[in-house]
Design a protein around this ligand. Structure first.
Ligand SMILES: [Mn+2]
Length: 299
């Protein structure tokens, strides 16, 4: 499979070829600008490009970890996968083949959506490579509907598709605050570990981080829907919901997972739908990717 990377001024962090060539890079960013079945706000197809443009202004140095991860490990960004003419399973399969190839080459893969449906691709590929992995979903929604607006491939159904091959007891959902009765029933029936945003806010979820840690195995894949964040910090998403998590809450929770000795084997960031002129949202999405990389590779 031939894979082409983006050069400086187009790639993540605006990196010179020395640090962003595929051969030498340990980390690879895969832009997957898939948008076909968004239901409310549109524009997630522009997510990867806007995130990459903003990333040119992200500092390569991380003050918390006192390192420049991108220069130490190398960080390549693939050209966006052309998904315009692909729908549903065909789009997922196209992205899955790329992620699978990168994992075969020993890369750490970050997939950028696109609507949440596309996360099915890296989740399937990672699950084959890491059959013991747990799955952490950070999201305002459960995405457990069997079908939505007539399709099983809606962004609102992605976790229902995942549970067709992934053991529900290894799925943990954090930040939920907009779910249907059908989804609430599925959560109870399947025994999924779910932490609702209102429980975190009211303090009724005391010790929730420990509860989550108990459920996670030693390898964790993260699917990060940006709508887990409060819309005050992340308004640029298709289905924003109030009472979300704050950036620092997400980061310190993930740091806690890493500090517990668990290994983050890959992640995706989905549902970022840039709003022209709203630079802080694009910056937040780009920052989030680099911070999660930093904590994933923390010693
Ligand atoms: Mn979602």
């Amino acid at each position: 499979m031939e894979l082409t990377v983006l050069g400086p001024r187009e790639n993540f962090l605006d990196l010179e070829p020395e640090y962003s060539e595929l051969e030498r890079a340990h980390i690879v960013i895969v832009p997957a600008p898939y948008e076909y079945r968004t239901s409310f706000g549109k524009g997630t197809a522009q997510g990867p490009a806007a995130l990459l443009a903003a990333s040119a202004h992200v500092e390569t140095y991380d003050e918390e970890y006192d390192r420049e991860l991108c220069y130490e490990l190398g960080l390549a960004t693939l050209k966006p996968i052309p998904l315009d003419s692909l729908r549903d399973e065909a789009a997922v399969a196209a992205v899955e083949a790329v992620v699978e190839e990168l994992l075969r080459r020993g890369k750490f893969v970050v997939t950028l959506g696109g609507e949440h449906t596309i996360a099915l691709a890296p989740i399937r590929a990672h699950f084959r490579a890491f059959p013991q992995m747990s799955l952490l979903q950070l999201d305002a929604h459960a995405d457990l509907r069997q079908t939505y607006e007539g399709s099983p491939y809606s962004h609102a159904c992605v976790m229902a598709r995942v549970l067709e091959f992934f053991p529900p007891e290894r799925l943990v959902q954090v930040g939920l605050r907009a779910i249907s009765r059908e989804e609430a029933d599925s959560i109870r029936r399947a025994g999924i570990c779910t932490v609702f945003a209102h429980c975190i806010r009211t303090g009724n979820a005391q010790g929730w981080e420990e509860r989550v840690l108990e459920r996670l195995g030693s390898e964790v894949y993260i699917t990060l829907d940006v709508d887990v964040l409060d819309p005050a910090q992340m308004p640029a998403t298709g289905t924003p919901e109030p009472n979300g998590l704050w950036y620092h809450e997400v980061i310190s929770f993930l740091q806690r997972i890493r500090q517990s000795g668990r290994r983050i084997v890959g992640f995706d960031l989905v549902e970022f739908a840039p709003i022209p002129g709203l630079h802080h949202a694009a910056m937040t999405a780009a920052r989030l990717v680099y911070k999660v990389l930093n904590l994933a590779f923390a010693p």
